[in-house]
Design a protein around this ligand. Structure first.
Ligand SMILES: [Zn+2]
Length: 355
């Protein structure tokens, strides 16, 4: 099933490439920066493929809307880094893979199914020296064993095609059910790094869960547990499905590339945004200058206070305000420091961190 797509050959109208930093494999019309790590360049390479993309979840938001969502997201960070703020103008679309698996299950099963039943009882309480009796109804579960044979076809069990899929689930809201159309665009396609052989255990767990639900439904039970299945899987069909993502790279103060991502279906934005040290110091200078000006005016007001003692109150108030402004000047650089210190060391969507 897994085959080598040699450098220079085409699949789905695209040629194979590999990132020279993170090693991710891509199908793309032309080379360019790696949209996964944001740091590497695509170089011609042989890649491993399994069939070709058959189902494409459509982009539901256009690039302009994605840019607006990204701008709003970045603006949520205090004194956001100017390069992160400019990232909305660099958004590019691409596709992220997953597997959809169809299979027919022929199995012997054992399970415990649970039925709810009510138990009537009373509660005695003593209040102000008087006992009162209150009836209560408690719901309990009666467990009964079930065994038999099960033959059922299951469709569209989603299974990870990427080793970093758990991180991608923070980026993508996977629709249920997954409805895909034909591939019509020429956006780059990130290739699976988890072939069907490795993705099968996750699919089998999903099928087993669904088989448990079938047993529960057949028994008209409210609960099911301890499902043991001796399965034989037949007619297993793997479909390569693609999810839509926009991504943009920005460079932090240390020169490190960071990637912001917008779910092409829901518009949800994820990724790390840093604060600008320069903006932090500019705001510090503004607050400090204001504080010094107020302190200066307060000092000058000491002279008229000799003639008009009531002015002394303004002198003290101004002095206190100036002092507060001077102390507040340290807040913007501190906020910048805290935001940047919280930036993650690795991008969880990248399997092999650039380094
Ligand atoms: Zn890369």
């Amino acid at each position: 099933m897994t085959a080598v797509l040699a450098s220079g050959h085409q699949l789905a109208g695209r040629r194979p490439w590999a990132c020279d930093r993170c090693g991710a494999s891509w199908l793309a019309v032309e080379p360019g920066p790696c949209r996964l790590c944001g740091d590497g360049q695509l170089a011609e390479s042989d890649v491993l493929v399994n069939g070709e993309p058959e189902a494409v979840v459509r982009f539901a938001i256009d690039p302009q809307e994605a840019a607006r969502r990204l701008e709003a997201y970045v603006a949520g960070t205090p004194m956001a880094d100017p390069d992160a703020r400019a990232a909305a103008g660099r958004l590019v679309p691409h596709h992220v893979p997953a597997w959809l698996v169809d299979a027919r299950l022929v199995a012997r099963f054992e399970a415990e199914v649970g039925f709810d039943y009510d138990v009537e009882s009373t509660v005695e309480t003593c209040s102000n020296g008087r006992w009162t009796t209150r009836p209560v109804t408690e719901t309990r579960i009666r467990w009964e064993p079930r065994a038999g044979t099960l033959e059922r076809a299951f469709d569209n069990e989603a299974s990870p095609a990427l080793s970093t899929w758990n991180a991608w689930l923070e980026v993508l809201a996977v629709p249920d059910p997954i409805v895909g159309g034909r591939l019509k665009d020429d956006h780059p396609i990130l290739l699976p790094d988890r072939p069907p052989e490795l993705a099968w255990p996750a699919a089998a767990r999903g099928f087993k869960k669904r088989a448990g639900a079938v047993v529960q439904e057949a028994a008209a039970a409210a609960h099911v547990r301890e499902v043991y299945i001796q399965p034989v899987w037949e007619d297993v069909v793997w479909t390569w499905v693609l999810f839509p993502v926009y991504s943009a790279t920005w460079t932090d103060a240390s020169g490190r590339k960071r990637v912001l991502r917008v779910d092409g279906r829901t518009g949800r934005v994820t990724g790390a945004v840093g604060s600008s040290r320069r903006l932090g110091w500019i705001w510090a200078a503004v607050w400090a200058t204001l504080g010094l000006v107020v302190l200066g005016v307060s000092a000058v007001s000491v002279l008229p206070a000799i003639v008009f003692p009531v002015v002394l109150l303004l002198t003290f108030a101004g002095g206190a305000l100036g002092f507060v402004l001077l102390v507040a000047a340290i807040v913007p650089p501190l906020r910048v420091y805290r935001v940047n210190r919280a930036l993650p060391d690795v991008d969880p969507c990248v399997a092999h961190a650039a380094g």
